[in-house]
Write a protein that binds this ligand. Sequence first.
Ligand code: KG4
Ligand code: ZN
Length: 358
Amino acid sequence: MEKKLSFLGIETSCDETAASIVQENKDGTAKILSSVVSSQIKEHEKFGGVVPELAARSHIENIEFIVSKALKEADVKIDEISGVAATAGPGLIVCLTVGLNFGKAIAGFADKPFVAVNHLEGHALSPGLSGNIKFPYLLLLVSGGHSQFLIVENINQYKQLGTTIDDALGEAFDKTAKMLDLGYPGGPAVEKFAQKGDKNYFKLPQPIINKAGCNLSFAGLKTAVLRESKKIKNNNQLKYNLAASFQETIINILRKKTEIAFNEFIKFNGSKNKTFVVAGGVAANESIRISLKEIAKKNNFKPVFADIKYCGDNAAMIAWAGIQRYKKKLTNNLDVEPKSRWPLDSKAKFMKGPGLKL
Ligand code: KG4
Ligand code: ZN
């Protein structure tokens, strides 16, 4: 009987130490045997953001325990798995190094194939953990470090349609939460407080809404939130109104830009297989999910969201990307190095910095 593929995945690119065992079923779907995520929220919340050295130290302290726990929960021994995958970028080098080196050591000692995974490819393929999706598909990837529209043509084959020219969407949520003193991590806090607010109370700017295709910009919105937040001080209702208005503005921007991306996708692939996938930490936001589902249906796109459990950083998506790359013979040698910057589409124009023309 042919053995099923299974991978150990390791993720340490930012403030989550995570390990997971994922198996591929015969029909190409995923079976998650374990997914252990240890978040460092408590350690970073007093600073209102991730402190790289603290994060790296915490990964070093936790990694062995987390990997052992993932193996134990899956009831699998190292020699029974098909290979090891670890995130190699993009992210904080001091953090990436911990998981990458741990993964390489296991692969080396156990004599298993090794796959260095792009964290963004992990997010891009994460909806595959819940069911088969056909290539190509349109992807909106919204996380703490990235906000991009991409055509996922295949494993390792991406075409960037648009990206943020300044802040990432998750970063805008985190900064808004900080300005309003709502707590850390910001995304879930803003979402929670927005439910108590009037989304039409503040009129906030929608940067580059009518230009630059499906590129995105959130810096001007953040500055407007800062300006308003200074005026409202300790009035809780106004804080909630500002959180709600911020989230509503984001939703309006995403709806408009998503429709532009739909047209780009149709230009690329015609009108067949119109699938719209949303992944990354911000994809956990219920109001964003509802709104993007609606806009997809209106445009005859099939909306597919990463399971809420696998929107934020986790290692199941890394193990899964590892399996998919391994099947395409995209394995790595053990001298592979971490990368802080690693775009999925290497031909895409770098969209930040002075002199940018839109
Ligand atoms: O994908 P992720 O876990 O890490 C990165 O790769 O960056 O994304 C984290 C980001 C954070 O900025 C967090 O505030 C945001 O996702 N986030 C949310 C929600 N949950 C997490 N943003 C909005 N609404 C949420 N419910
Ligand atoms: Zn991520």
